[in-house]
Design a protein around this ligand. Structure first.
Ligand SMILES: Nc1ncnc2c1ncn2[C@@H]1O[C@H](COP(=O)(O)OP(=O)(O)OP(=O)(O)O)[C@@H](O)[C@H]1O
Ligand SMILES: [Mg+2]
Length: 356
C-alpha cells in the first residue's frame, strides 16, 4: 500500500491506535474530565499536582511550570485544561510544531495575561531558537526581542507577566536537560489499570447516555491497551453494535461480539498485531528473526511493524527485541493458542525427552 498520497499514517487508521483521529477530536471535548476530582487514576500525579495547585492558590501566586510526559491518549491535554480550570485561569493552547520562529513564541508570550496557562503540546518539537527564548521566559519572565541584523542588531528586553507553562510530550527523553530543569513539577503519566479504565468507560457511557453493565465495561477496558482514548473509542464502536444488533444495552457478550467484528482481540491486539505474532510463530518458529524478514512476511513496511505493532507487543511481554532478532515469548504462543516447537520447549528445559 502506498501511504504517500495521504497524510494519515497507518497508526492513525487503527481502532486501537493511540493518537486522536478526527472522530475522537469531535467527541473528546465532551468526555474530558473538568477538574482533578473527575480525573480517573494516575493517583500519584493527581495528589502531587493537587498540592502544587493548592499551594499556589493559597499564596495567590501563579503555579510553577508543569511538564506532562506520557504516551498518546493518557490525558496530558486533559490535565493541562484541568490545571487552568483549577487555577481559574485562562488557557492558551499551542504546540511545538506551530512555533517555527522565536518571533512566533515572542508574539504569544507577550500577549499572555497575568496567571494565564500556556499549554505547549509536543514541546519536544519546538525549534532551537524558540527553545532558547523559552528558557529565559520560564525563568525570568522576560524575553529579548532581537531587532535588526548583524553587528547592528540589538536585544530589546521585554517584561512578561507571570504565567504557567504546561508542556506536554510523548518523548520526554528528547527534551534537552536545560528545558526539563526549568519545570517546577514533572508528571510522568503511566498506562491505566483495567479497573481504572472500567471507571473511564462507565463515566463516558453515562455522558453519552449509553447503557452498559459492569461486565460490559470490563470487557471494553480489558481491550483498551491501558489508554483512556482507546477505551472511549471502543465504547463508541460497541455502542453502535448494541444499537443495531441488540436493544442498546452493552453486556459482556455484546462487547465481545462487537469487538470481534472490529478485530480487536481480548487482549487489545488488532489484525496487524496478530499478523506479526502469527508470522513470527508459524513461519519462523518463534524466532529469532530479523525485522526486515518479519516485515516482508507480514506484507508491511519495516517502520509499520517496528513503530506501530511492536511497542505494544513488547509492552505486553509477547515479543522481545534481541540482538539476534525478534523473538516470541511463551506468552505469545499461549495467546495465539499454539504449541511451541520442541527446540523452544528444550530451550525452556522441558523438551529433552523427545530427542532432536
Ligand atoms: N484520567 C482520565 N479520566 C477520564 N478520561 C480520561 C482520562 N485521561 C484521558 N481521558 C480521556 O481520554 C481522551 C484523551 O485524553 P487526552 O487528549 O488528554 O490525551 P493526551 O495525553 O493529550 O494525548 P496526545 O498525546 O495524543 O495529545 C480524552 O477524551 C479524555 O476524555
Ligand atoms: Mg494531547
Amino acid at each position: 500500500m502506498n501511504w504517500d498520497d495521504t497524510t494519515d499514517t497507518p497508526a492513525e487508521e487503527r481502532l486501537v491506535g493511540a493518537s486522536a483521529d478526527r472522530e475522537d477530536q469531535a467527541v473528546e471535548a465532551a468526555l474530558r474530565p473538568k477538574d482533578l476530582g473527575e480525573f480517573i487514576g494516575q493517583e500519584k500525579v493527581r495528589e502531587q499536582l493537587d498540592l502544587v495547585l493548592r499551594a499556589a492558590r493559597a499564596r495567590g501566586a501563579t503555579a510553577d511550570h508543569v511538564l506532562l510526559s506520557g504516551a498518546p491518549g493518557l490525558g496530558k491535554t486533559t490535565l493541562s485544561m484541568i490545571i487552568a480550570a483549577e487555577m481559574e485561569a485562562p488557557i492558551r493552547i499551542t504546540s511545538g510544531p506551530a512555533i517555527q520562529h522565536a518571533g512566533d513564541l515572542a508574539a504569544i508570550l507577550s500577549s499572555l495575561q497575568e496567571g494565564e496557562v500556556l499549554f505547549l503540546d509536543e514541546i519536544h518539537r519546538m525549534s532551537r531558537p524558540a527553545e532558547e527564548m523559552l528558557y529565559m521566559a520560564m525563568e525570568d519572565f522576560r524575553v529579548d526581542v532581537i531587532v535588526g541584523k548583524g553587528p547592528g542588531a540589538t536585544a530589546i528586553p521585554l517584561e512578561l507577566p507571570p504565567f504557567t507553562l504546561v508542556g506536554a510530550t510523548t518523548r520526554a527523553g528528547l527534551l534537552p536537560p536545560p528545558l526539563r530543569d526549568r519545570f517546577g513539577f514533572t508528571a510522568h503519566m503511566e498506562f491505566y489499570e483495567p479497573a481504572e479504565l472500567e471507571r473511564v468507560v462507565h463515566r463516558s457511557a453515562s455522558l453519552l447516555d449509553v447503557e452498559i453493565d459492569p461486565q460490559g465495561a470490563a470487557e471494553i477496558a480489558g481491550r483498551s491497551r491501558g489508554t483512556p482514548r482507546i477505551a472511549n473509542r471502543l465504547l463508541r464502536r460497541v455502542r453502535d453494535y448494541a444499537q443495531v444488533k441488540a436493544d442498546g444495552l452493552i453486556t459482556q457478550d455484546i462487547a465481545a461480539a462487537a469487538l470481534a467484528v472490529y478485530e480487536v482481540d481480548p487482549r487489545g491486539l488488532d489484525r496487524l498485531d496478530r499478523a506479526v505474532l502469527t508470522a513470527l510463530l508459524k513461519l519462523f518458529g518463534g524466532g529469532p528473526v530479523g525485522l526486515s524478514t518479519l516485515s516482508v512476511a507480514v506484507g508491511e513496511e519495516r517502520e509499520t511493524v517496528e513503530e506501530v505493532a511492536e511497542p505494544f507487543l513488547v509492552r505486553e511481554g509477547l515479543l522481545a527485541r534481541t540482538p539476534r532478532g525478534r523473538v516470541a515469548t511463551p506468552a505469545a504462543w499461549a495467546h495465539l493458542g499454539l504449541t511451541p516447537p520442541r527446540s523452544q520447549a528444550s530451550a525452556n528445559g522441558q523438551g529433552d525427552l523427545f530427542g532432536a
